[in-house]
Design a protein around this ligand. Structure first.
Ligand SMILES: [Zn+2]
Length: 179
């Protein structure tokens, strides 16, 4: 996984994730806006290095063009992210919370009434740890705060069942009237 993150060029771009994070759907690395800016600068540095190194042979030219294209591509990704409206006023229509035993986390899928709000959060993964769940309460995104509340409720319910030796459900759907 570490290798994948390190080598991934985030070729499918970055998506809006929880809080003020942006996530690569391929390697799942999360970046804040500063991290995205750094990612753009990395490409600029590679390009500049290629320009300073090579005399004008044909291969060097191809490499430089390639590196320049990568700079443009990353800048475009950053530009688009900066222009996604971060404030989502729409309430979710439904939240599906699935307990992932392997990852010891809760995977949340968020559904909205159509049309889906631009930049609306669609997926959040929360470690199945009380403190982590509670931390999300102070997230700037109201949908994340809502998720925190619902996951906490489900987490507490599952813990109570486990205490008395009952099998705990692995998933829970919260409908609009509970949100
Ligand atoms: Zn990636």
């Amino acid at each position: 996984m570490a290798d994948l993150v390190e080598n991934c060029l985030h070729l499918e771009g970055l998506r809006v994730a929880a809080g003020s994070e942006y996530r690569c759907p391929v390697c799942e690395e999360s970046l804040d806006l500063e991290g995205v800016a750094r990612w753009v600068r990395d490409a600029e540095r590679s390009r500049d290095k290629a320009y300073s190194m090579v005399e004008g042979d044909g291969f060097g030219e191809i490499v430089r063009e390639e590196l320049q294209r990568e700079v443009y591509r990353r800048r475009r990704v950053m530009y688009e992210l900066e222009n996604v409206p971060r404030v989502v006023t729409a309430r979710p229509e439904m939240i599906l919370v699935i307990h992932d035993t392997g990852k010891a986390s809760y995977e949340c899928r968020i559904f909205y009434k159509e049309p889906r709000p631009a930049g609306g959060l669609e997926q959040v993964s929360v470690a199945a740890v009380q403190e982590t769940i509670l931390e999300l309460r102070s997230d700037p995104d109201p949908v994340v705060r809502l998720i925190s509340e619902k996951v906490e409720e489900f987490h507490a319910y599952r813990a109570k069942l486990s205490e008395v030796g009952e099998p705990a459900p692995e998933r829970r759907v919260f409908y609009a009237n509970e949100l």
